[in-house]
Design a protein. Structure first.
Length: 403
């Protein structure tokens, strides 16, 4: 966003003033407002010019809707000063004010009125061609080997944004340097990507019983990922502990996705429950290892019911706030659903999860031989790439492979 704003100023060929909203806010009340005044004063002196305020939500959150600890007065004063400055334009100052935020939903409505921030441009994460172009920018100073094909790397990074891609190039360069490569190779990029998406390996010793359980857990996820039509292809399975988890199954789509069907969402839930279902099936009891799986499952099921109208009883209504929208302590969000509706969301979400859980158990039970074989190969080899994983499970690999 910052680069885009700078590019706009570059195209317009005028002075550019940039500040992050969080920088306005200091512990001392009144400083923020005076910084805003200074900023606009300087911009007016050299007009025509562009003022860019990054992370606008840091000061522009709806007043009174979110309880925060301290700094409320300061934030309000700063926000009021911005509003005053923008209203003070008579129209011929020649100062254009741009702002950026990741959270347009929490902005104070006063900021969005006509004459203030009244035009919105929403930026989606880059598509494959966009990612290739961004990678080209970030790898300008990095010597690339002939096999490091930026289009191919872009195809393996759906969902990544500029900062992620910059980080990927950086990690790949470090990886190459550590291996004394003169140029950064395709393998350096692949390993850097693995490190970023899977987390760094952790040196701990698992008991044989824990390894076996982890192998079945990950095989459960992976096998369902291979067999369910709506699931994303399995790219990698590993039972080497990383970060908080003892194992990992990495799935990614073959192309950029912009929406999901109910069936795909259900298949995703079934797959996420696959680890736990495999443990139930094979060991007959449960462990704490499925914690993040269950968080993911709950979040998807609740969104299906409360935001995407995918349950019979709630019907096509949006009754839950957007995922990630924070509701502050002790404040009542006027959009928050009634107690009765909340209970209905819980009941309906539970119904979806129960059905998906049963399906996970059924499929794994029916495909037990594949599950055993995959877990066995995983125990022997610890990490399996896409081709080896599908071969071990005896499932034909997906037609288009990007890794
Ligand atoms: Zn899991």
């Amino acid at each position: 966003k910052t680069l885009l704003a700078r590019a706009v100023a570059g195209e317009a060929n005028v002075p550019f003033f940039s500040m992050s909203a969080s920088e306005f806010i200091e512990m001392i009340v009144g400083v923020g407002a005076s910084r805003v005044r200074d900023l606009f004063e300087r911009a007016k002196q050299v007009a025509p010019s562009i003022v860019f305020i990054d992370e606008l939500d840091a000061i522009g959150r709806a007043r009174g809707s979110v309880a925060s600890f301290g700094g409320v007065d300061e934030r309000e004063q700063t926000l009021n000063q911005i509003l005053t400055e923008m209203d003070g334009f008579t129209g011929n100052e020649g100062v254009i004010v741009l702002a950026a935020t990741n959270r347009p939903d929490v902005l104070d409505p006063a900021l969005l009125r006509p004459g203030r921030f009244d035009r919105r441009v929403s930026l989606n994460p880059p598509d494959q061609a966009g990612r290739a172009a961004i990678l080209a920018v970030h790898s300008r100073g990095v010597p690339l080997a002939a096999d490091a094909d930026l289009d191919q790397i872009a195809s393996t990074t759906p969902g990544m944004v500029g900062a992620d891609l910059a980080n990927l190039v950086n990690e790949a360069a470090l990886m190459g340097a550590r291996r004394s490569h003169e140029r950064v190779t395709r393998a350096d990029f692949a390993d850097a990507l693995e490190r970023i998406v899977l987390g760094a390996e952790r040196k701990i010793m698992l008991t044989e019983a824990d390894r076996r359980r982890t192998a079945y857990h990950e095989s459960g996820h992976a096998l369902l990922g291979m067999l369910l039509p709506g699931a994303d292809p399995v790219r990698k399975i590993s039972i080497i502990p990383r970060g908080r988890s003892l194992g990992v199954t990495f799935q990614s789509p073959t192309a950029d996705r912009y929406g999901m069907s109910e069936q795909e969402l259900r298949d995703r839930i079934v797959g996420a429950l696959g680890g736990r279902a495999a443990e139930e099936l094979v060991f007959g009891d449960l462990t704490t290892g499925a914690e993040t799986d269950l968080e993911q499952v709950t979040a998807i099921a609740r969104q299906m019911v409360g935001r995407w109208g995918m349950s019979k009883r709630i019907g096509p209504m949006s009754v839950l706030p957007e995922a990630g929208a924070d509701v502050g302590f002790g404040t009542i969000d006027p959009r928050s659903p009634s107690e009765a509706t909340r209970q209905m969301v819980d009941t309906e979400a539970r119904l979806i999860v129960d059905e998906c859980h049963q399906r996970a158990l059924d499929v794994l039970h029916a495909e037990r031989a594949r599950l055993d074989r995959l877990a066995q190969v995983l125990l022997e080899r610890e990490t399996l790439g896409e081709a080896d994983a599908y071969e071990a499970a005896g499932v034909p690999p997906p037609r288009t492979s990007t890794v």
